[in-house]
Design a protein around this ligand. Structure first.
Ligand code: SUG
Length: 449
């Protein structure tokens, strides 16, 4: 039975878009990233769009937390590749010798906090702790550099002894892990014990079907280690992404599947046939009641799923009316007639998902990051909620403060060539310094130490 003391809430921790947000085409397999490479970005707009999402959710009664942007350029990363001198000299030399390396060092990709870690809550874990396993993101160099800072940030925010923050998995490519983007928790309600769906794209050692065009990021072996570390093995299933979906641009499972409480919303082509069958049996056996809404290709094609990011929506239990859910979608879903028609039909006939809304997150979408990519979900009991670093939770005032800092310090135009401008480093550091002062979370960055 759920009482006030053992009730759980979901807090979404959004990644604040950093001042170096740009389009560098760093992510093969991610169609939006590749197709926008070289275009000018608007970091100010990107961060304001993200904050507008957070504000929208707070106004609707949801709890929100924040991940501040990571320090960029990552000078220590560049030094580890043999560059030396002052920061300006390093940036200039890298730009001349290997501009891709400079793009990596400036990447603002830590905004997509669905890839920060995998979260396994205390109502599911055998040891009764809330577990975070930081994602190693080892499939892409610009993302792999995020893990170290993410670990430190999580340790700071979730410092109490009821939280277990595990460092990223060791073992390189064989254990490549992309965090919560390939993990779905289902339960009859947030407070009830749940089951864990771990999705992988390949195996390091097993001979499994694999995509032909792109390389799958998450390994089965990594997913197994996550479940072990979170002590949720007895409630876990490991399901394989459909290689054809990966080839169509589904580089993370959250591009084609989202779950919340007892609803699983996915496309019929999300998983291999074998995994789809196993999942059916698993859900039947482990959940008293659930609804699996599977969208057919004849209703929405794989291609349209990727271009509209229909499944990268946030499926949220409405705090005002917990038996109902809201689907928060990117603007692109409104603009696609077929997707819009599907969503209108869904909310008209579904008894739980009663509303869909859209937000403009185009700056992030152009790099392949929709609403669900921008947030890490954390299920917290009432007691655990009291024990997290309070400054990492947002309210209207702190959102306004962040907005002011963004408006004052962020550029409204940034192209890859601008990354060598020495003034950019100063602007970035000023913004990061002001964020940490506002939220009293510092020191967080090397330049502050
Ligand atoms: O890892 N894009 C990210 C998008 C991550 C989306 N996250 C989830 N689906 N949860 C990625 O591919 C593009 C960066 C660039 O090209 O500059 C990028 O990293």
């Amino acid at each position: 039975m759920t009482t006030a003391e053992n009730s759980y809430t979901e807090v979404n921790f959004d990644g604040l878009v950093g001042p170096s947000h740009n389009y560098s085409a760093l992510s093969t397999g991610n169609i939006a990233s590749l197709s926008h490479g070289g275009k000018a970005s608007n970091p100010k707009k990107a961060a304001l769009q993200g904050l507008a999402k957070v504000e929208f959710l707070i106004n609707r009664g949801f709890q929100q937390g924040i991940f501040l942007p990571q320090e960029r350029p990552n000078i220590s990363f560049l030094k580890s590749h043999g560059f030396c001198g002052t920061d300006t000299e390093i940036v200039n030399n890298v730009f001349k010798s290997n501009p891709k390396l400079l793009s990596i060092a400036f990447s603002a990709s830590s905004m997509w906090t669905a890839n920060a870690a995998t979260v396994m809550p205390s109502n599911d874990s055998e040891d009764g702790n809330l577990h975070f396993v930081v994602a190693n993101l080892s499939a892409k160099p610009h993302r792999a550099q995020e893990a170290k800072w993410t670990y430190e940030y999580l340790k700071k925010v979730f410092a109490a002894d009821c939280f277990r923050v595990h460092p990223a998995l060791n073992g390189g490519e064989a254990f490549a892990d992309e965090g919560a983007a390939n993990h779905t928790r289902l339960s009859s309600e947030h407070s009830a014990p749940g089951v864990h769906l771990f999705t992988f794209g390949r195996s390091a050692w097993k001979d499994l079907p694999h995509p032909k065009k792109f390389v799958a990021r998450q390994s089965l072996e990594a997913s197994q280690s996550l479940s072990r570390l979170g002590t949720v093995e007895s409630k876990s299933i490991f399901i394989q992404q459909n290689p054809a979906a990966i080839d169509a641009g589904v580089f993370h499972n959250d591009v084609i599947c989202v779950g919340n409480e007892n609803i699983l919303f996915s496309h019929e082509k999300a998983f291999t046939d074998k995994s789809r069958k196993e999942l059916k049996v698993f859900l039947k056996k482990n959940l008293a009641s659930y609804q699996w809404i599977e969208v057919k290709s004849s209703d929405v094609s794989l291609k349209k799923c990727v271009s509209s990011y229909l499944f990268n929506s946030q499926l949220l239990s409405d705090p005002q009316n917990p038996s109902q859910m809201l689907l928060l979608c990117p603007q692109e879903c409104q603009e696609d007639k077929i997707v819009k028609k599907y969503l209108d039909r869904l909310v008209a006939k579904n008894k739980t998902i009663k509303e869909w809304k859209t937000l403009d997150l185009r700056q992030s979408m152009r790099n392949g990051g929709g609403p669900a990519c921008l947030r890490l979900r954390v299920q917290l009991s009432k007691n655990e909620l009291k024990r997290i670093h309070p400054e990492a939770l947002l309210n209207k005032e702190t959102i306004e403060g962040l907005r002011k800092i963004v408006s004052k310090n962020y550029r409204d135009k940034l192209s890859v060539n601008d990354l060598r401008d020495p003034q950019l480093i100063t602007e970035i550091r000023t913004a990061l310094d002001e964020f940490t002062q506002l939220l009293k979370l510092g020191p967080l960055y090397d330049f502050q130490k």
